[in-house]
Write a protein that binds this ligand. Structure first.
Ligand SMILES: Cc1ncc(COP(=O)(O)O)c(C=O)c1O
Length: 393
């Protein structure tokens, strides 16, 4: 089956008794009854597939896990209550039997940096941040730090840099340090990091996978060894996605290929329009041929679709002018999050990177005139008209 066909069919229509629902329903039971103790014994012993208790398995959640595992090309997937807990699960999985040292990309989602520095740090995990787009610097750090795990984002937030994750994955395999890739911005439609050698992939399912602004969730997909560890931890802790969110995410994924393709095409047009706008200082977009990582992007994004995210700097603006510009938007929603069907704009200095000290933020290149646009599936003319009237105002 092709990717688009799998998004619509994979995992559905399991026979439950005498009938077969065409899409997977929401199962809310926290435990299950069986005809015999022998069967219950086999299920608890995992010799037979089947749910026993909601912390371990849930048929709605398992169908979502089966589908995303297939789309990412992994051995197993674990649907979690948020993207952040999926990242925490990935780090715990990698570090369980390895040195408690992490190499992290210096440009990461703010909460991931916070997790590493302010939660895992005091618990004894040392993190070294490196510019992950500088392969020589990464190789040097790998030798020096001897990490138990490496973490990066396929497309960094909010400056949309793209590291050579295929080359980094090879180095990580040699160093026995699992490479964790947060692929939230890319989706498996555009990039499949496991096929490029990564060991664990995570998504905030809240974003493109669910796609409609009504779910909080995360998902971890891994090779067999890491999946087995993650599943064991999960069965003990229960960081899992509930059945309602799993249902909404399954429903969302059925249109993901259509949505994401449209978002990518719209984003290309919006980025070109912004590049010629006199009110714009600089545009950050992976589809820009002058992008600093253009050769890596050409290799990792072979479909010519570069994601639906654009960041740009407003010429001569500070916080006040950015606030006034964003307040003028009528169609584009001023909100955090991304990847929804509707276009959304966020001010990183105030939202995703609010907890990063201003000096550190500026060092990362996240200036006070930078905004981030998640392009939706609206008619592109309406998105451009909204931006145009906000610039004029
Ligand atoms: C790249 C990235 N990773 C992880 C997360 C965290 O996901 P969640 O909010 O679902 O916990 C986000 C949230 O914005 C994100 O942008």
């Amino acid at each position: 089956m092709k990717f688009e066909t799998k998004t619509v069919h994979w995992g559905d229509r399991k026979k439950t008794g005498g009938f077969v629902p065409v899409t997977t329903p929401i199962y809310t039971a926290s435990s299950y009854a069986y005809d015999s103790m022998d069967q219950l014994d086999r299920i608890f012993g995992r010799e037979e597939e089947g749910p026993s208790y909601a912390r371990y398995d849930n048929p709605t959640r398992s169908t979502l896990e089966e589908l995303v595992r297939e789309l990412e090309g992994g051995a197993g997937a674990l649907a979690c209550a948020s993207g952040m807990i999926a990242i925490q699960m990935a780090l715990m999985t990698a570090l369980l039997d390895r040195p408690k040292r992490v190499i992290a990309a210096s440009a990461l989602y703010g909460a991931t940096t916070n997790l590493l520095m302010n939660i895992l740090g005091p618990m004894g995990v040392e993190t070294t941040f490196v510019d992950i787009c500088d392969l020589a610097a990464f190789e040097e750090a790998l030798v020096e730090v001897k990490p138990g795990a490496v973490i990066l984002e396929t497309v960094s937030n909010p400056l949309l840099r793209v590291a050579a994750l295929d080359k980094i994955a090879t180095l990580c395999t040699t160093a026995n340090a699992p490479l964790i890739v947060d692929s939230t911005f890319a989706t498996p439609l555009l990039v499949r990091p496991l096929e490029l050698g990564a060991h664990i992939v995570v998504h905030s399912a809240t974003k493109y996978l669910a796609g409609h602004g009504d779910v909080l969730g995360g998902i971890l997909i891994a090779d067999q060894e890491d999946y087995n560890v993650a599943r064991t931890i999960s069965r003990t802790l229960g960081p899992i996605m509930g059945p309602f969110d799993a249902y909404l995410t399954l429903r969302g994924i059925k249109t993901m290929a259509l949505r994401v393709t449209c978002q990518c095409e719209n984003a290309c047009k919006v980025a070109s329009w912004l590049a010629t706008n006199p009110g714009v200082e600089r545009v950050y977009f992976p589809g820009d041929p002058r992008h600093p990582d253009a050769s890596t992007i050409a290799r990792l994004f072979p479909k010519g679709l570069y994601g639906g995210m654009i960041s740009f700097e407003l010429k001569g603006a500070g916080r006040d002018e950015v606030f006034r510009f964003m307040e003028k938007l009528n169609l584009i929603v001023r909100a955090t999050s991304l990847g929804d069907v509707h276009s959304m704009m966020l001010y990183p200095a105030m939202a995703s990177h609010r907890d990063v000290a201003p000096k550190q933020r500026h060092r990362l290149g996240i200036h006070d005139n930078l905004v981030r646009l998640s392009v939706g599936i609206e008619a592109v003319e309406d998105i451009l008209a909204d931006l145009d009237q906000a610039f004029s105002a």
